[in-house]
Ligand binder design. Structure first.
Ligand code: SAH
Ligand code: SF4
Ligand code: F3S
Length: 468
């Protein structure tokens, strides 16, 4: 048994890990043939991609995947810790699984992902959820076959507080045939005071560039049209491995593979340098779409958050991107109601939003996370005030989404076609700037990149017709 410990996760010792190739002992192949797994994924792209690897592993064990929890032999929850409501959803589903297990005694129930790394979650499970067969952490989910087997006998809690080995060549079953996630850096060293990610995902570890480029080459051979380079903070890529090889150089090397579309997320303003902007501007296959979370427009709050930039610094970077990268769309994340956020602080955020006129924004009410420094700060802002601020902020950001979309009416945009919508002859896909486009056309190949003439703008999508 290994239990999570935030003190260990926070400690500053130099991390020591090895790169290893994934291998599965032959005794596990098809061990669970014809068994059915219901896998539920919460959280960010990182978790979605982990679930693609988990699926890949469980398929080797013989599992089929189903959407109907009632018929499952294994219920697996890949969880997220970022805000309280993510916790609540996962515990809600665990309650449902418990109920199922009452009539199906050999049902296996497992929990993995970020919540598994939290002491309070694991303690609750050990005390109150004896029906959960196993808990497995983010650093060792590849050990699923062994832990699943052991959990047939007794409850297994296998969570490491420090980074485990960096595993290459994990099996993968990707959700899309055209768009793929590629991890470039694991973990996060920023320790923003409100955020739990550095505790649940460990210290920054970059993948070797050769492994990343090999994965991209293989995706091209498999017909993929788009890769998203993933990390909690992709701009820190390479810092732990190389002297002169950063995200800029990696983006350039990935661009030279000629894959039609490259995206990357998430960016932290702190590590975003001019060279990265130059490379994005230079290569047409690097999409002009940047997610640049700001969190707040108040210098006082930014300092309390530990973000290490000021409103002015952020704005300088923002405008540089807009100037240097033609038609660049920028999206953001914003938290309202950080402990002690005053009306003036909030007005600073609104003034920043009015200046940036974001193409997209994810807005949140601050949610205290046990074990993070911000959770200990006094907070005199009421829940109602926080909700009002969120409401007001959303009204403003939504108006800008529409305003930005309006500018595209009458223009032609390039769309990677992802599917056919319920309406006949209507397709959908995403533009280079990551906007959802619904459009009409005849005999369009899914997975192709087509020109679409935009006829109507909405807040969260655009309508159009395929150009002849
Ligand atoms: N690594 C990325 C994103 C991390 S999580 C980054 O640093 O930008 C995604 C978003 O969730 C964050 O950008 C932040 O806006 C939000 N978030 C993180 N912790 C939160 C908390 N405790 N309460 C509310 N929102 C939070
Ligand atoms: Fe969390 Fe900050 Fe790291 Fe993003 S950069 S994952 S917000 S600690
Ligand atoms: Fe959630 Fe973990 Fe991602 S906390 S946002 S799933 S890194």
């Amino acid at each position: 048994m290994h239990l999570p410990d935030f003190k260990v996760a926070r400690s500053n010792n130099k991390i020591d890990y090895k790169k290893k190739e994934y291998s599965l002992a032959s005794k596990y192949l098809n061990k669970y043939k014809d068994k059915k797994c219901f896998l539920k994924t919460y959280g960010c792209q990182m978790n979605e991609h982990d679930s693609e690897n988990i699926k890949g592993i469980l398929e080797l064990l013989g599992f089929d995947f189903i959407n109907d929890i009632d018929n499952a032999d294994l219920v697996l929850l890949n969880t997220c810790s970022i805000r309280e409501n993510a916790h609540n959803k996962a515990f809600g589903l665990l309650g449902k699984a418990k109920h199922l297990k009452e009539s199906k005694r050999d049902l296996m129930i497992g929990l993995c992902g970020c919540m598994a790394q939290e002491e309070i979650v694991v303690n609750t499970i050990m005390e109150k959820y004896p029906f959960v067969n196993f808990v497995i952490g983010t650093h060792n989910f590849y050990q699923l076959p062994e832990i699943l087997e052991k959990s047939e006998e007794k409850q297994q809690i296998e969570v490491y507080s420090r980074e485990g080995d960096l595993i290459e060549s994990l099996p993968v079953d990707r959700t899309s045939k055209y768009k793929a996630y590629v991890n470039i850096i694991y973990g996060c060293d920023k320790f923003c005071t409100y955020c739990i990610v550095p505790y649940t995902r460990g210290r920054q570890r970059s993948r070797e560039k050769e492994d990343i480029l090999k994965e991209v080459d293989n995706l091209i051979k498999d017909g993929y049209k788009e890769v998203t380079l993933l990390g909690q903070n992709v701009n820190a890529y390479g810092k732990d491995l190389y002297d002169n090889y950063s995200l800029a150089e990696l983006l350039e090397d990935v661009a030279k593979t000629n894959i039609p579309r490259i995206r990357f997320m998430t960016s932290h303003p702190w590590d975003f340098n001019d060279k990265m902007i130059e490379v994005i501007a230079k290569y047409p296959n690097i999409m002009p779409s940047i997610h640049l979370p700001v969190q707040s427009g108040s210098d006082r709050i930014l300092k309390l958050m530990g973000r290490r930039y000021t409103k002015d610094k952020y704005l300088t970077l923002f405008h540089k991107m807009k100037e240097m990268i033609p038609n660049c769309a920028i999206s953001t994340d914003i938290i309202v109601g950080f402990p002690g956020e005053t009306e003036e602080d909030f007005l600073e955020t609104l003034s920043l939003v009015k200046e940036c006129k974001y193409d997209n924004a994810y807005t949140f009410i601050y949610s205290p996370r046990v074990g993070t420094p911000a959770a200990k700060l006094p907070d005199n802002v009421t829940k109602e005030e926080k909700e009002q601020r969120l409401y007001k902020l959303n009204e403003i950001v939504n108006a800008y989404f529409k305003e930005n979309n309006d500018k595209l009416v009458g223009k032609t945009v390039s769309v990677l076609v992802e599917g056919i919508s319920d309406k006949k002859n209507e397709y959908y896909g995403y533009s280079e700037t990551n906007k959802l486009i619904n459009f009409t056309g005849d005999n369009i190949e899914i997975g192709s990149i087509v020109d679409v003439f935009i006829t109507t703008a909405k807040t969260w999508s655009l309508d159009g017709k395929a150009s002849e």
